[in-house]
Write a protein that binds this ligand. Sequence first.
Ligand code: PEP
Length: 254
Amino acid sequence: MRKPLVAGNWKMHGSRAMVAELLDALITDLSDGFDTSEIAVFPPSLYLSQVRDALTDSPVVWGVQNICSKDGLSGAYTGELSAGMAADFSCTYVLVGHSERRAMYGDTDSVVAAKFALIANQGLVPVLCVGETLKEREQNETSTVVSRQISAVLDSVDGSLLKNGYVIAYEPIWAIGTGVTATSQQAQEVHAEIRKLIEKHSSDMAARTRILYGGSVKASNAMDILGQSDVDGALVGGASLKAEEFLAISRAAG
Ligand code: PEP
C-alpha cells in the first residue's frame, strides 16, 4: 500500500516571517493527528534551519529543491549545496530534474542522473520530476519524452543505492503555474505508463514507488486527480504557499 505524498515546492518564495506563519498554520491544523498522507515542504535552502527547527516533532517532513551535481559532500563549488549538507539538515527528500531547472539551469538528463545518484547515496529520497512541453504533447511525444527522462536515471543508477526508494513527479510543463491542469484521465494514462516502465527494472519497486502529479493542483481540483489509481499524491507549487489550500490538498490525498 502506497501512502500518498503531498509535497510543497515553495520555489524562490518566502521570508522568515512568511515561513513562520505558514509552518505554524500547518502544525496547528495537523495537531489532530492527521496521518493518512505524508506531507513534505521544500523551502528555499536559506530557510532550512528555520524549517527544521519548526517541524522537528511534527508530522511534516522537508527537503531541498536542488543539490550540486559535482560532489555529494563538499568542494570548491561556489553557490552550491551538497546532498550531504541536505542530509546534515535532516532532509527526507530532494527534488531533482524540475522543469524550471531543466529549462533554465542546464539540468540535462545526464546532470539529473548524476544528482539523483548523489542524493540516493546520502540515504535521501530523490523526487525525480519529469514532463513534456505543450508542443511535445501535441506531437504525441509525451511517452517518448517521459520515458527518456526516467530511463536516463534508472538505466544508469547503481540499484544498490535505491534502498530508500525514490519518488517520481509527473509534471506536464504546460500545466505548471498556468492554472491549466491535465485531466484526471491524462494524468492516469501517463502515470500507468511510468509504473510499467519502472516494472521493467523491478516489479517490487513499481509497486512501492509513489508517482505524484504536479501542475496547477489546488484544493478545487485535487480530489479528481488524486482519485486516480496510479496517482499517489501531488507536487504542489503555488497552492503550497497558502496553508489552507495545501492542507485541503493533503486531506484530499489521504
Ligand atoms: C511545480 O512547480 O512543481 C508546480 C507543480 O507548480 P504549480 O503547482 O504552481 O503549477
